[in-house]
Design a binder for this molecule. Sequence first.
Ligand SMILES: [Zn+2]
Length: 159
Amino acid sequence: MEQSLPRFLADVMLGRLARWLRIFGYDTAYLHRSEDDFLIYLILEDPKRTLLTRDVELATTPLLADNKAFLVKSTNLAEQIEELRTAFSIAPRKPAMCAHCNRRLVTVEKERVVDAVPQYILLNRDSFWRCPLCERVYWEGTHQEGMNRFLGYNIWGEA
Ligand SMILES: [Zn+2]
């Protein structure tokens, strides 16, 4: 199933969008580098990924023809997500990817996150996930709930 999901490489302008795509469960590479040649190289090496960029010139370069790049038009995060919804039919799915390292989260028992999670969260949540790389703990809801309502999504919060 994961094989059929779109995968992305976000350019340096799209860090926030990249984090949200990960929280939505989509493999989204993001590097703090912006050289066009380098991004083009990465996409050609990894053809299952689509480059997300706000750079018209980069998006329309002949090397990235055949939908290898997608031009993100808006600077507004919610509108950007809407653009991705329209173009790639993205929808929040579980488990998410870690917003920081782009690793697929794994389910973790509540008893095992007691030291990593605030008391009020432990009392109010039952499902927890951990990043296998950075070990950040995630649960549903939390401080991003305002954004969830705004978008009409039930997505994940972040530790
Ligand atoms: Zn992580």
